[in-house]
Design a protein around this ligand. Structure first.
Ligand SMILES: Nc1ncnc2c1ncn2[C@@H]1O[C@H](COP(=O)(O)OP(=O)(O)O)[C@@H](O)[C@H]1O
Ligand SMILES: CC(C)(COP(=O)(O)O)[C@@H](O)C(=O)NCCC(=O)O
Ligand SMILES: [K+]
Length: 249
C-alpha cells in the first residue's frame, strides 16, 4: 500500500520532440509540475545542464527520427512509439505527436475527440467513441506558411503574426499576407470543425500546439459560436504520455 502511494508521486520527465521545438514536462506521478519549450539544440536548458534527466525516468517521443538516435542510448530514457498507443486503426506513418495528443485529449475531455494542433505543421486528428482513428489532415502551420512565401518569392518579406484578427481586405503587403494566411486557415479549420460535429454531434474539439492561443483568438473573433464549443489545452501530448507512463512507474 505504501509502495503504491510512493509510486503515485514518483517524479518523471516527458520530452516531445517537435519539428520546431523540444517540449518538456516534469511530473510527480500523475501531477504535472511544470512544462516548458526550448529551441532545438538551445543552450541553457537547466535540466539538461543539471543532468536531472539522468537521475529520474525520462520518456521521449519524437517526430524527428534523427533526434531519437541521441536520446535512445542514454540511461533512464524510454522511447515512446506508435505500437504502444492504445488507439485502433493507427496507420504505420501516423505522427506519434498526433497519436499522443488524441489519446491525451480523449483521456481528459472524452470521446469522440478531434485535436487541432497548431505546430510547425497544422494537423487535425480525430478518434471516435471506440478509440478508433477516424483520420485527419495535415497542412503547413502559420509560421511555415509565412516562411514559405518569403522563401519562394523575391518581394515578400517574412512578417510577424498579429495577436488580433487583422482586417480581411488589406492595403499593404504585410497585412495582405496576414489576411491571406489567417482567413484561409480559419475558414479551413472551421469547415473541418463543422464536418466533425455533423458526423459526431457530441464530439469534443481541442486546440493545442504553439499557435493555439493565436488560432483561438482569431476563431473567437471570426466564428464566436464555434469558439464557444472549442477547448484549448497546451498539454495534450503530456496527458497522452501520462496515460501510457503511469502504469509503468
Ligand atoms: N517561442 C517560439 N518559438 C517558436 N515558435 C513559436 C514560439 N511561440 C509560438 N510559436 C509558434 O509555434 C508554432 C510551432 O509550434 P510548436 O508546437 O512549437 O511546434 P512543434 O511541436 O512542431 O515543434 C509556430 O508556428 C510559431 O508561430
Ligand atoms: C505532421 C507532423 C509533421 C506534425 O509535426 P509538428 O508540426 O508537431 O512538428 C508529424 O505529426 C509527422 O511527422 N507526422 C507523420 C505523418 C502523419 O501523421 O501522417
Ligand atoms: K505538434
Amino acid at each position: 500500500m505504501k509502495r503504491q502511494n510512493d509510486k503515485k508521486h514518483n517524479p518523471w520527465l516527458a520530452l516531445m520532440i517537435g519539428n520546431s521545438r523540444l517540449h518538456w514536462a516534469k511530473f510527480n506521478g500523475t501531477k504535472l509540475v511544470e512544462a516548458w519549450d526550448i529551441e532545438h539544440f538551445g543552450a541553457g536548458d537547466r535540466r539538461l545542464a543539471s543532468g536531472e534527466w539522468k537521475k529520474i525516468p525520462l520518456y521521449v517521443a519524437s517526430v524527428v527520427p534523427s533526434e531519437i538516435v541521441f536520446w535512445q542510448n542514454l540511461p533512464n530514457v524510454k522511447i515512446i512509439n506508435r505500437d504502444q498507443i492504445p488507439l485502433k486503426g493507427i496507420y504505420s506513418s501516423l505522427g506519434i505527436d498526433r497519436a499522443l495528443a488524441v489519446l491525451g485529449a480523449g483521456a481528459t475531455s472524452g470521446w469522440p475527440i478531434l485535436v487541432i494542433d497548431g505546430g510547425t505543421a497544422l494537423t487535425l486528428t480525430g478518434a471516435d467513441e471506440q478509440r478508433q482513428l477516424v483520420g485527419g489532415a495535415i497542412f503547413p502551420g502559420l509560421k511555415l506558411q509565412i516562411k514559405s512565401l518569403a522563401q519562394g518569392t523575391a518581394a515578400l518579406p517574412e512578417i510577424p503574426l498579429p495577436t488580433q484578427l487583422p482586417p480581411r481586405w488589406a492595403l499593404d503587403t504585410k497585412s495582405a499576407i496576414q489576411s491571406g494566411i489567417i482567413y484561409t486557415v480559419l475558414a479551413g479549420i472551421a469547415n473541418y470543425m463543422q464536418a466533425w460535429w455533423r458526423e459526431f454531434p457530441k464530439g469534443q474539439i481541442v486546440l493545442t500546439g504553439g499557435d493555439r492561443t493565436l488560432l483561438f483568438s482569431y476563431l473567437e473573433s471570426l466564428f464566436p459560436d464555434i469558439a464557444k464549443k472549442v477547448k484549448v489545452d497546451p498539454n495534450l501530448i503530456f496527458w497522452g504520455m501520462r496515460d501510457l507512463v503511469i502504469g509503468h512507474l
